[in-house]
Design a protein around this ligand. Structure first.
Ligand SMILES: Cc1ncc(COP(=O)(O)O)c(C=O)c1O
Length: 461
C-alpha cells in the first residue's frame, strides 16, 4: 500500500494529538513505514531526518539494535506484571541505576507511565507528605510563567500555556504564578544576572506565603514547550536555598531535560542541587515504551510509612506501573550512556550544532540560544520584527522543511532542534542546509493565513 492509501484509512478513523485536524486538509499527515537511525521513511521511500527526536524521546534514534535486543529478550521472559505486591529484576536494577546517577540524597523511585502522570504523582506526594507531617495547610503549588508540565488536570493546573489550559480553566486549580527567569532574548553573558534578578519574585512569594505552599515546580534550565526558553543554573541554586529556608518542596520536572539533553546527565547537576522530587520520562526508555518515574528522598518516603489504618499510604497506581519491557529497554539505554560516554560526546556534538547554526540566514531569525543538545531561535522578518502568531510562520517553515526531508516542529514562531545523540556530521550538515533553504523559502512566501487558499496540494480524498 502506498502513502495515500494509508492516509485515507487514517483519515477515516484517527484523531491525532495536539492537532486541529482540519489543518490536515491542507497539510496531509505523513504515514511512516519504518525508521532507522535519525531517519523516518514513508511508504514512497521518501526519508525525513527526525531533528526533534520524535517529541524529544528517541535519544538514540530509531530501531537501535541494542535496544531492540533488550526488548525482545525481555519479552521472551515476561512482558508485564503488576507492581503492587510483586517486583522483578529489571525494575529493581533500573531503580538502583537511576538513583546512582541522580543527585545524592534521592533514594526512592515511584513509577508511572507518562510524563504528566509523573507530575500528578509528585504534586500529590508533596501535598500528602505535608499532610502526614501535620501540615494540612501546605497544599498550594508555585509554578513559573511559561511553564509546561503536561496536560492531565493536575499537570495542566501548573502549566502556563493558554493554548492547552485556557479552555479547561473551570476544571483547574490555579497555582501561585511567578515571573519566569527566561533569558531567551538576552545574550548568554547576561543570563546569570537576569536569572538572579528574576529570582526576587520567587523569593518574595515564598517569604509571604510559604506556610501554605507545598512545593515549587520548575523545568530546570529550559522551559521546553513554551518555546525553549532558557535560563541560568544560578536560579536553581537560589531556589534550592529558599525552599530549604521556607520549608517548601522543590519539584524538578526533568521530563524533557533529563538524560543528557542539556549537557549533563540531569540538568539539576549544573546547579549542583538535589530536588525533593525529580520527575523523569520521555528519554527514559529512549523512545521505545511509555514509562515515567519520580525519584524522591527517604525523608519523604518515611512520612508515608506506618500502619495501614492511619491512611498515610500513597494510594496512587497505574496499571502499567513498572512495566518490565520498558524497564529492560531503559536499562539498555543507560548502558549505552556508560559504554559510549554519551554525555561527554554530546558536548562535542552541541558545539557542532552551535557552529551549524552560524550558517543559517541570520536576517530571518533572532534570539539564537543553546543549552547542550537543544538549539533554538525565534522567527522574524528581514527587518527583525516578530511575526503575528496568526500568520503561522512556524507551520510554513515546518512544511517547507518537510518537503525537503527534514522534520522540525516549531512551537508557534519558535524553532528548535533536539536531534538524537547518534546524529552524524553529514546529517548535521543536511539539517542546517535544509533549514537554511526552508527559512529562505518561508521568508519569500506571503503569510498563509488560516483562511487563505493553499498552494500545497491536498492528498486527501
Ligand atoms: C517538561 C515536561 N513535563 C511534562 C511533560 C508531559 O509529558 P507527557 O507528554 O509524557 O505526558 C512534558 C511533555 O512534553 C514536558 O516537556
Amino acid at each position: 500500500m502506498n502513502n495515500s492509501a494509508w492516509l485515507q484509512r487514517d483519515w477515516q478513523h484517527l484523531w491525532h494529538p495536539c492537532t486541529q485536524m482540519q489543518d490536515h486538509e491542507q497539510f496531509p499527515i505523513i504515514p511512516i513505514e519504518k525508521a532507522k537511525g535519525v531517519w523516518l521513511f514513508d511508504f514512497s521511500g521518501k526519508r525525513y531526518l527526525d531533528a526533534i527526536s520524535s517529541w524529544w524521546v528517541n535519544i538514540f534514534g530509531h530501531n537501535h539494535p541494542l535496544l531492540n535486543a533488550a526488548l525482545t529478550t525481555q519479552a521472551d521472559s515476561m512482558a508485564h506484571i503488576m507492581l503492587a505486591g510483586f517486583t522483578h529484576r529489571p525494575i529493581i536494577e533500573l531503580s538502583e541505576q537511576l538513583l546512582e546517577r541522580a543527585p545524592p540524597g534521592l533514594n526512592r523511585c515511584f513509577y508511572a507511565d507518562n510524563g504528566s502522570a509523573a507530575i500528578e504523582v509528585a504534586l500529590k506526594m508533596s501535598m500528602h507528605s505535608w499532610l502526614n507531617r501535620g501540615n494540612p495547610q501546605k497544599n498550594q503549588f508555585v509554578a513559573l510563567e511559561n511553564s509546561y508540565h503536561g496536560e492531565t488536570l493536575g499537570a495542566l493546573s501548573v502549566t502556563d500555556i493558554p493554548l492547552f489550559s485556557h479552555t479547561y480553566a473551570p476544571l483547574l486549580r490555579a497555582p501561585l504564578r511567578v515571573a519566569s527567569p527566561d533569558c531567551s532574548a538576552l545574550p548568554a553573558s547576561a543570563w546569570e544576572h537576569h536569572s538572579l534578578q528574576q529570582f526576587q519574585y520567587m523569593q518574595q512569594l515564598l517569604s509571604e506565603q510559604h506556610e501554605h505552599i507545598a512545593a515549587v515546580i520548575v523545568e530546570p534550565l529550559v522551559q521546553g514547550a513554551a518555546g525553549m526558553r532558557m535560563y541560568h543554573p544560578v536560579y536553581l541554586q537560589q531556589l534550592r536555598q529558599a525552599c530549604d529556608h521556607y520549608q517548601v518542596h522543590l519539584i524538578a520536572d526533568e521530563i524533557a531535560t533529563g538524560f543528557g539533553r542539556t549537557g549533563t546527565f540531569f540538568a539539576c547537576e549544573q546547579a549542583a542541587i538535589r530536588p525533593d522530587f525529580l520527575c523523569l520520562s520521555k528519554a527514559l526508555t529512549a523512545g521505545y515504551l511509555p514509562m515515567s518515574v519520580v525519584l524522591t528522598t527517604e525523608t519523604i518516603y518515611q512520612t508515608f510509612y506506618g500502619p495501614y489504618a492511619t491512611m498515610k499510604g500513597f494510594m496512587h497506581s497505574h496499571s502499567y506501573t513498572g512495566n518490565a519491557l520498558a524497564a529492560a529497554v531503559a536499562l539498555a539505554s543507560l548502558k549505552i550512556f556508560t559504554d559510549e560516554a554519551i554525555v561527554h560526546n554530546n558536548r562535542n556534538l552541541s558545539l557542532e550544532l552551535g557552529r551549524g547554526a552560524q550558517r543559517l540566514p541570520s536576517q530571518y531569525l533572532k534570539h539564537l540560544r543553546q543549552t547542550g543538545m537543544i538549539l533554538a531561535f525565534d522567527l522574524c522578518d528581514a527587518s527583525g520584527q516578530d511575526f503575528h502568531p496568526s500568520e503561522r510562520r512556524g507551520l510554513q517553515l515546518h512544511q517547507a522543511a518537510l518537503r525537503r526531508g527534514l522534520l522540525i516542529r516549531p512551537i508557534g514562531n519558535r524553532v528548535y532542534l533536539m536531534p538524537p545523540y547518534i546524529i552524524q556530521s553529514q546529517e548535521i550538515a543536511f539539517m542546517f542546509d535544509v533549514l537554511a533553504e526552508a527559512l529562505e523559502e518561508t521568508a519569500r512566501e506571503p503569510a498563509r493565513l488560516p483562511d487563505h487558499p493553499t498552494v500545497y496540494p491536498s492528498a486527501l480524498p
